[in-house]
Ligand binder design. Structure first.
Ligand code: SF4
Ligand code: SF4
Length: 461
């Protein structure tokens, strides 16, 4: 065991990574993906559909509007299936294309890129950022840092405001902010989400991917030798080393194509060296591919020293893209999506619960008829009010008595009592199935049928 003086700390303080910006084929794709996804995020709450916000998760009203569809708490099953779809999609794309999601579509990556862009805008390129960070505090340094953080905070507040705008109509929310009338929960979530974005995209960046995201840890279970990865071609690149650009005989000196410029390390947002092999910290952002391709172009070597490939292809074997696990994930995905689509297309916008009166099984009227009492709980899940007609079948001569019309406002529930009477002569057994049919007066397609039991005395016919 080492003495106290010799002991090493297991804690290593975090060193800020200053990724160098590179513009190439993949970084352009990434910028495009970021602009589209962020654009959708910030613009969607402002889109109106059928006179209301197109996407609105109205928690107080317990209604979730997605364009022309409205979901209710009883539709939460679709949310569960959507989560399964999200997981399956991730499995499918990871098996096929590795961490494509992480590099091009993950919100953490996209927002971090936006924050890095603002940092470059204010502080300058990588060299200037490093110089500024290493310089002692001065008025100039304070001014630049304050400008950057102000920009970050404004962007974070806009992001938090937009987030709350998915839960509170965004136009009302804007009015409330202008008039200082924000509610407690709206204020809490606005600042909480703003703070989360500011912290995760501005300060923590790659540490979220490396230490907080569970996906980085379990993705290896979905990887195999045919999964697409970003890899450095070691056979071609090694021995790495500097050389004169005019030196065409470098291979005779035992050198490979890697000129050891370290540009692939400088552009890496997680600060790793792809030449050390596949690492869980790699988020497949492709920056090192663009950087290396630029260098290869400059020195006149073929591109692709770092590239998208598979372990099999790197080892000279055939890559099988279509493998059993791909078919399994794709089949499950298609099945669930078809199921969700069918469920949504055929779901009824009226629901009814028929609850038997628990006080008595049945009673006998003065006319000698058998009477059963029920409570109907009717939910109108449509966006318009409706009046519903109800009739009951299942027993010959069955009569329905109700006191009120079933008139229900949009998105409302009413409960009412109804009585059924039947001639005991027409009761084949003590318990008979009856069917309650509800249909909207103004829309014959808005209908539902619910089963119940009609109880009577035991009669020998
Ligand atoms: S960018 Fe390419 S050439 Fe430069 S160090 Fe990385 S792998 Fe080698
Ligand atoms: S190793 Fe390359 S692909 Fe992976 S995170 Fe770093 S720059 Fe991006």
């Amino acid at each position: 065991m080492k003495s106290t003086e010799e002991s090493e700390s297991l804690f290593a303080s975090h060193e800020k990574i200053h990724p160098r910006f590179v513009l190439g084929f993949f970084s352009r794709l990434k910028i495009l993906s970021g602009v589209v996804l962020l654009g959708l995020y910030y613009a969607m709450p402002w889109v109106q559909w059928d006179g209301q916000q197109a996407i609105l998760f109205d928690l107080p009203a317990r209604q979730f509007h997605i364009f022309s569809l409205t979901f209710w708490p009883q539709d939460l099953i679709y949310l569960a299936f959507l989560l399964i779809v999200a997981a399956m999609t991730l499995f499918f794309f990871t098996s096929l294309a590795g961490r494509l999601w992480c590099g091009f579509a993950c919100p953490q990556t996209i927002w971090t890129d936006a924050y890095l862009w603002m940092e470059r805008l204010v502080e300058g390129n990588r060299a200037k950022q490093i110089k500024l960070d290493n310089a002692p505090m001065s008025f100039r340094k304070f001014r630049i840092k304050a400008t950057k953080h102000s920009l970050w905070i404004v962007f974070a507040l806009l992001t938090g405001f937009t987030f709350v705008g998915y839960f509170t109509p965004i136009q009302d929310l804007s009015q409330k902010i202008v008039n200082f009338q924000l509610g407690e929960w709206e204020t809490f979530w606005l600042f909480f989400y703003s703070f989360a974005i500011y912290g995760m995209a501005g300060w923590m960046r790659e540490q979220v991917c490396m230490y907080m995201c569970p996906y980085a840890r379990f993705q290896s279970a979905m990887f195999d030798k045919n999964t697409m990865i970003i890899a450095y071609d070691e056979k071609r690149g090694e021995e790495r080393g500097t050389r004169k650009r005019s030196d065409k005989n470098y291979k005779d000196k035992g050198l490979g194509d890697c000129i050891d410029c370290t540009l692939c390390v400088q552009v890496c947002p997680t600060g790793i060296d792809i030449r050390d092999g596949l690492q869980y910290q790699c988020i497949s952002c492709s920056a090192c591919i663009d950087a290396c391709n630029q260098i290869m172009g400059k020195v006149g070597y073929p591109q692709g020293l770092i590239r998208y490939t598979t372990e099999n292809r790197m080892n000279g074997k055939i890559t099988k893209i279509l493998r059993p696990r791909i078919f399994v994930y794709a089949s499950i995905l298609v099945l669930i999506l078809v199921g969700i689509g069918y469920g949504i297309a055929t779901r009824s916008l009226v629901e009814v619960d028929v609850i038997r009166d628990r006080n008595s099984l049945f009673s006998e009227t003065y006319e000698g008829l058998i009477e059963n009492v029920y409570r109907l709980r009717v939910m109108n899940l449509d966006k318009q009010a409706h009046i519903y007609d109800v009739n009951v079948t299942g027993i010959e001569g069955l009569t329905l008595l109700k006191e009120d019309d079933i008139a229900i406002e949009a998105g409302s529930v009413i409960t009412l009592s109804v009585r059924l009477t039947a001639d005991p002569e027409h009761l084949p057994k003590r318990s008979t199935t009856v069917l309650f049919h509800l249909v909207a007066q103004d829309d014959s397609e808005l209908t539902i049928t619910e089963e119940a039991r009609f109880l009577g005395p035991f009669i020998r016919h």
